[in-house]
Design a binder for this molecule. Sequence first.
Ligand SMILES: [Zn+2]
Length: 122
Amino acid sequence: MRALRRQYVQAEPAPLPPGGGRAVGHDELLARRERLTREFAELQFDLGGLAYEMAIRDHFRVDLLARRAARLQEVDAELGAVEQLARVEGGGAAGACPNCDALYARGARFCSQCAHPLMRSE
Ligand SMILES: [Zn+2]
């Protein structure tokens, strides 16, 4: 009986990552990468369209372009982080920030998006 119980315990899902956030599997990592890739392509397309509209009217709103470009850059950075995690973690042992849900690598002390501390206070 005792051996059986032990097996059951070992089959439990992996414990929370040391960061204290939610565990993120490889599948979720890939799904996130796909969503970000799509979002990036759409934002890039929109930015191109916006620049074109401004160009044919010879009226540039640089502030508008800069704002859109900043958002594109954010998505690009997030995509880069997800791709790196997918490569490094392989099996998908990264965690998601409990505050903003951004992904982090094993051993991270703070969230790179919102600076939320990730080490659990014991
Ligand atoms: Zn965060």
